[in-house]
Design a protein around this ligand. Sequence first.
Ligand SMILES: NC(=O)c1ccc[n+]([C@@H]2O[C@H](COP(=O)([O-])OP(=O)(O)OC[C@H]3O[C@@H](n4cnc5c(N)ncnc54)[C@H](O)[C@@H]3O)[C@@H](O)[C@H]2O)c1
Length: 252
Amino acid sequence: MRLQGKTTIVTGAGGGMGLKIVEFFLREGAQVAALDLNTAPVKQAFNQADNSRLVVIEVDVTSESAVIQAVQEVVNRWGKVDALVHAAGIAQPATPVEEVTKAEWERIMAVNVTSAFLLSKAVIPYMKQQRQGVMVHIASIASQRPRPGLNAYIASKGALVALAQALAIELAPFNIRVNALNPGPTDTQMLGQFAADGTDSEQTKATVFKQSVPLGRLIKPEDIAHAAVYLCSDEAQMVTGAVFNVDGGRGL
Ligand SMILES: NC(=O)c1ccc[n+]([C@@H]2O[C@H](COP(=O)([O-])OP(=O)(O)OC[C@H]3O[C@@H](n4cnc5c(N)ncnc54)[C@H](O)[C@@H]3O)[C@@H](O)[C@H]2O)c1
C-alpha cells in the first residue's frame, strides 16, 4: 500500500500503459481518477460501481475547460489532488519532415505537450494549498535518442521533458515534485503506429523496435507502472526534476 490515501489523476487511462497504471495505483491504495478521450477500455477493465476509489472521466486533454472541469470533479469528490500521472499521448507514423503538415505538427504538440501545461496548471493550485504533490509526465526515450521520421513526436516529447524540469525547479519551494518518465519501445497498440505508413507494424515491432533495446525485449506496461508507483510514492520524496528512463538501455 505504497500510495495509501493518495488522490491521483491518471490520463491516457484507457491506453496500454494507462490501464496498468490505474491497476497498480488502485492496488497500492490510491484513489484514482481515470481520464481518457476513450473511456471504454478502462470501464471494461474495472467496475466503477464496485470500487469507490475509482472514477472514470471522459476528457479531451487538449481542452482547457474540460481539464479544469475534470480536476474540479476530482476535488469535489475527494477534496484534494496528490498526484498526476500524464500518459495521454499520440504517435506519429514515420514521415519525412517536409511532408508533415502544420496541422499534424500542431495536433501532436497539443496532445503531447499543451495538455501537460493545462493539466499541471489545473492541479497546481490544489497542490500548493496542501504544500505537497507529485507529477509524472510520460515523455519518451526518443526525446534523447531520436529515430528518423518521428520529428514532431520527438520535438513534443523533448518539450515535455523540458517542461517537467522547468516545473520541478519552480514548484520545489512548495514541496511539489515533477518528473519525466521516458519509456523505451513499449508493447502497446501505440508502438505499431510509429511504423512508416504502409509498412507492417507488427513486423516493425518484432524486429526494429525489439532489436533496439539492449536488454533484449520490449518494455511492458507493467515496467512503466512500477516506475510510476515509485515516483509517486514517499520513497521518491527527494526525487524531482529527474528524467527517469525505463527503456531497457535503449537510450545508451
Ligand atoms: N508505446 C510506446 O512505445 C511508447 C514509447 C515511449 C513513450 N510512449 C508514451 O507513453 C504514453 C502512453 O502510451 P501508450 O503506449 O499507452 O499508448 P496508447 O495509445 O495505448 O494510449 C494512449 C492513450 O491516450 C489517449 N488519448 C489520446 N489523445 C487524447 C486526448 N486528446 N485526450 C485524452 N486522452 C487522449 C488515448 O485514447 C489512449 O487511451 C504516451 O504519452 C506515449 O507517447 C509510448
